[in-house]
Design a protein around this ligand. Structure first.
Ligand code: ADP
Length: 193
């Protein structure tokens, strides 16, 4: 199994690059943001609670996302590997993920961390808000709150994986194909090794 974390702030291109990476490497894409939006569109109780928090730009409780990831891992026993997108976002989530993978005699191969300036992030998210229909993208105050939440709670998750020497920084600015090539260059030597 090859398990990869695609890391970076909101708007850093995780969703776009994830789609391309799963197509190339046959990994199962696990995006907690997508899973939560799925719950919202099905109007589940979990989704309704999560929406209130997401619309403020805050993180939903660890237990909620850990539960969703745990089920997704159990529901995909045949996967060649997983691409985690938007998860883990706190140290507690990172520890829980390690335990879940450990139970399956697995672990994280690498965390690829996309680096994008804050100015560029806000620009991209405002633009995405014009077409995405995402209620957390169409308000600059909410966008800034999400970036603040990233800086205060999520950025440190990279330090957690640095301790295990698993973090590679990748420049997340420039063309989509160029960024994809940079990510692939980091994956190739690791995926079969
Ligand atoms: P973005 O990274 O662009 O903000 P996501 O789709 O990854 O988009 O996340 C949207 C929202 O979903 C987040 O602002 C947060 O409220 C919630 N969310 C997603 N993943 C997590 C997570 N792992 N832990 C807590 N909240 C999460």
């Amino acid at each position: 199994m090859f398990n990869l974390i695609l890391f970076g702030p909101p708007g850093s291109g995780k969703g776009t690059q994830s789609e391309k990476l799963i197509a190339r490497y046959g990994l199962k894409h696990l995006s907690t943001g997508d899973l939560l939006r799925g719950e919202i569109s099905q109007q589940t109780a979990l989704g309704m609670e999560a929406k209130k928090i997401m619309d403020k730009g805050q993180l939903v409780p660890d237990e909620v996302v850990i539960g969703m990831i745990s089920s997704a891992l159990d529901n995909n026993p045949q996967a060649k590997g997983f691409l985690f997108d938007g998860f883990p976002r706190t140290d507690k989530q990172a520890e829980a993920l390690d335990k879940l993978l450990d139970l399956k005699k697995n672990g994280i191969a690498v965390m690829l961390a996309l680096e994008v300036s804050e100015e560029e992030l806000v620009k991209r998210l405002v633009k995405r808000g014009e077409t995405s229909g995402r209620s957390d993208d169409n308000n600059e105050a909410v966008i800034r709150a999400r970036i603040a939440e990233y800086n205060s709670k999520t950025a440190a998750v990279a330090d957690y994986y640095k301790r295990f020497d698993k973090v590679v920084l990748v420049k997340g600015e420039g063309g989509v194909e160029n960024i994809f090539d940079r990510l692939c260059n980091e994956i190739e030597p690791r995926i079969n090794g």
